[in-house]
Each structure stands twice: as C-alpha cells, then as structure tokens.
Design a protein around this ligand. Sequence first.
Ligand SMILES: [Mg+2]
Length: 331
Amino acid sequence: MSDPVVTAFNVRDLRWPTSLQNIGSDPMNLAGENALGYLELHTDSGIKGVGWSFSNGQGNDVLCTAVRSLAPRLVGRKLSDWTKDMAATQRKFQSGQIRFMSPERGVLQLATCAVLNAIWDLWAKSESKPLWRLVADFTPEQFIKCIDFRYLTDALTPEGALSMLKNRAKNKEDRLKLALQSKAVPAYNTSVGWLGMSDLEVKQKLTEATQAGFKHFKLKAGLGIETDRKRLGMVREVAGPEAVLMVDVNQIWDVDEAIEYMPKLADLNLWFIEEPTSPDDVLGHAKIRKALKPHGIGVATGEHVNNRVMFKQLLQAEVKCIACHKPTFFR
Ligand SMILES: [Mg+2]
C-alpha cells in the first residue's frame, strides 16, 4: 500500500438541469436539479481522492462552502494519519470549534460525508482495490476500528459488534463469491418512477428495465389515491404479479395521513412505503409501521436520517429496515 500525502484540494459546484426531463421528481421535490458538492484531494503520488455529497440544486453553494471549511485539515497529512483509526478520524471532523455548527446534522453532515468519502476513496485507490473489496477484506477487528461507538453503546458495544462480525465471518467467503457474481444484493429500478413522466414514458422505461432483468421497481406516489392507483395499477399490469413494487412519498404526510392512505393501496401488493413522514420522527415511523403491518406493507426510511443516533433509535423503536422486513429478498 502506498501512503500518499495530500498536497492540495479543490471543490467543484456541479449541477445538472434534471428538472427539464422531470428526472427525480417526487411529491415533495417536483423540480429538483441533481447537484454535487464535489471534493478532489490531490496527492504527491498522483492518486486523486474523490468524495461528494448530493443536493437538490439550490443551496449547493452552501454545501461547497462547508466542504471548503473542512478540507484544509487534510492538506500536508499522510493518508495513514487518517486511516489508522477511522473512528477517531470521523470524530475529529465533528470536533473542535465547528462542533457548535452541529456537524452531525444538516449541511455540515453532508460536507463531512464528502470529506470522509474522499479519504475512503484515496484509501481504496492506494491499495488498488474497489472500495467494497477494501472493506470486505477487513478483519472484524479492523472493521470495528472504523466505527465511532460514542452514543451507541447503550444499544451496541464494540465487543457486541465484534462478536456479531465474527459469527458472520464463518460464511464470508461464500458471500464474497456471490458478490463477485453480482448476486449478493439485487438492485431495484427507480427510473420508471418519477412523478413528472407521462404514462407512455413510464411504460417504455418499464419495458426496458424488465428486459434488462429488473424485477423490483420503486415509484413515487402521494398525489391522491385515484392518481396513485391509476399509475401503480398500470405498472403492476405491465410488470406482472411477480414484480416487487415499492412506493416513496418523500416526507409529505402527517403520521395519521400515512396510516389512513396506505391501506387503500394494499391490494396492489406494495412491499413498503418509503419516507412517509418527517425523517426526524422516529416514534411516528414506529406508529406507521405498527399500523401498516397487518396490511403487509413495510416502512423504509434513512435517506434523510442525519446520523448514527437516529439509526439507533429507529432500530430500537423497531422501525425495521428493508432487510429485516422481508429477509428472503436478499437471499
Ligand atoms: Mg427516497
């Protein structure tokens, strides 16, 4: 492994006019522009570390400013200064005077992600591995060293996590073989699901995706029962009864609205509703999950969950993640 020194960085404000084709349109964000706060770390070995965070267009300049406020800490340091203890590295980027700006929430959390991802990217490249392989090759002990357990230990201690990983290590080689055959985690298709597309566009994209082998499709919803039923019914008809359909409403409902709305679509056999309400409302998600369970509809969230503590609470409140809701999907 090489140990490059970061010599400089640059931050780019990248934006694509995706709203022109309604790509990414959902009930909360009808006209977003896909944008990135994009960080490049330059090194003395010529390897470049790249990290980025996504935004929806407006405000991407704020994200870039936040990345620029964190990235100078990397300049002049060796990669191993950071990678020898990634848990401490994560904590360092959330410590110091900047902690008053709530670095585990909002724009600073996004900026921290860009910086940490750039370090991970540099690490993988310096070992000439894809990032997934770098992580997959970790021993359980190395894996644990990458996690900051502060605030988590009431639910999971490092010792407990180590024991879980050691148990799972028994069939790690088998799972790696599946990963190398692209069979480890099936992907779902979202290109059929944007709200702003016409029925014809959806049908065309659905046919293409089905021919490409997709069996799982996620669609935006939440425009009213009749509108949703028309679109989802059409997709069910084209994709067939075996296809797995999921819906996402990007936080538009109050808790009780979600509980009232979703059972009216239960006959369409929907696997889960994603982000039914405020992403901060852990107890609200738990209430929705409990109410929808008898209807066979799960709850998914996490896209806008800010930090480790919220994920801990979601698990404590038994808002089960996708994998837990229907583990057979991942076999
Ligand atoms: Mg989503």
